[in-house]
Design a protein around this ligand. Structure first.
Ligand SMILES: [Zn+2]
Ligand SMILES: [Zn+2]
Length: 341
């Protein structure tokens, strides 16, 4: 069975938080935050269809221009999601360049600004020099994207400015039990792809042709094993307050993996409160309270560059489960030049 997602953090924990997710069977990619994305190859950038931005502090959005340049000749639109101000931010970025030679380009950028109850859709297309067109404004329950194999939803939290947390839910997977297939005298073939598609879209209703004979889908269900889809959550730059924490815990409940900031140590809690960030201990508590399976740490304050293990230990102690932390040695020498918010 192929994994639904293959994901990786692009930078070490002192670098900009940024999660790149390949959607294996759809051959595309999603990205969560657009900070420093220089390590992505042009081919990897080209695959990005949807960018989910938590907020537009510079360490989460400076990579927009790099992505824009790569998708300029692409037929497939680029979709960008973020808190409501993101429409103005994208418009500002686009206005920073001269576009008189691109009117025949196919580029379209859809920007979705998520407010507390509504989502505003703005379109910027090369054909009209990237001038903003407001397409619509609709009520939202937080579901942003409903793709054939997964959904992405968001919740609005506070970081001194609105900040979104995201959750990627893989849909149920239908896997074929090859032994049962053989026992029925059926062979592996392209019909299985069609069969799984029909189950996904219409349940057990209808029939399917196999080697010249019609079969009822209902009667073939014993060859199918239904697996729950994986769940990833991405949370960063969150103020410590009761409303944020309780909203967040129910939002990320049951995630297979939670990517979360661990910006400050608990001993610097007052600083964390003033800067609207989580502590490593709060990050661990969120993961434990939400019954998360694995916790991946990111976005450490440069203050701790000589003792990153303290953040990892503090989060692990509160969580009590498996904590993943990318090696922090490799890029430490350059971390002094970075500024994060
Ligand atoms: Zn940040
Ligand atoms: Zn921030």
């Amino acid at each position: 069975m192929k994994a639904t997602f293959r994901q990786r953090l692009l930078n070490d924990p002192f670098g900009d938080p940024c999660l790149y997710v390949r959607t294996a069977r759809e051959k595309g990619a999603l990205i969560f935050d657009l900070g420093d994305i220089r390590c992505l190859s042009p081919a990897e950038l080209h695959k990005i269809s949807d960018a989910f931005i938590t907020h537009t502090h510079i360490d989460h959005f400076i990579g927009f221009d790099i992505l824009l340049r790569i998708v300029l000749r692409r037929d497939i639109p680029l979709n960008i999601y973020g808190p409501s101000g993101i429409i103005r931010n994208v418009e500002g970025k686009l206005r920073g360049y001269t576009w008189n030679l691109i009117r025949e380009y196919p580029t379209e950028i859809n920007v979705f600004g998520i407010g507390s109850r509504t989502v505003t859709h703005a379109l910027f297309s090369a054909a009209n020099g990237f001038r903003k067109i407001i397409v619509d404004k609709k009520p939202t329950d937080g579901l942003l994207l409903d793709a054939p194999l997964f959904t992405v939803s968001a919740v609005r939290l506070s970081h001194g400015t609105p900040c979104l947390a995201y959750r990627l839910d893989g849909k149920q997977q239908f896997n074929i039990d090859k032994d049962r297939l053989q026992k029925r005298g059926l062979s592996v073939g392209p019909w299985l792809t069609e069969f799984k598609k029909k189950i996904r879209e219409h349940g057990v209703a209808g029939t399917i042709p196999i080697e010249g004979r019609q079969y009822r889908i209902r009667q073939l269900m014993d060859i199918v094993r239904i697996d729950k889809g994986p769940v990833l959550s991405y949370v960063t730059d969150i103020a410590i307050n009761h409303k944020n924490l309780s909203t967040l815990i129910s939002f990320v409940e049951g995630s297979d993996i939670l990517y979360c900031e661990a910006y400050f140590l608990e001993k610097d809690r007052q600083r964390a409160i003033n800067r609207f960030h989580l502590t490593a201990a709060e990050c661990g508590r969120i993961a434990r309270s939400a019954n998360v399976k694995k916790l991946a740490l990111m976005h450490f304050s440069p203050k701790y560059e000589d003792s990153p293990q303290l953040l990892q230990e503090e989060a692990a102690k509160e969580f009590g489960g498996e904590v993943i932390c990318e090696p922090f040695q490799k890029l430490r020498q350059s971390s002094r030049q970075r500024q994060s918010f």
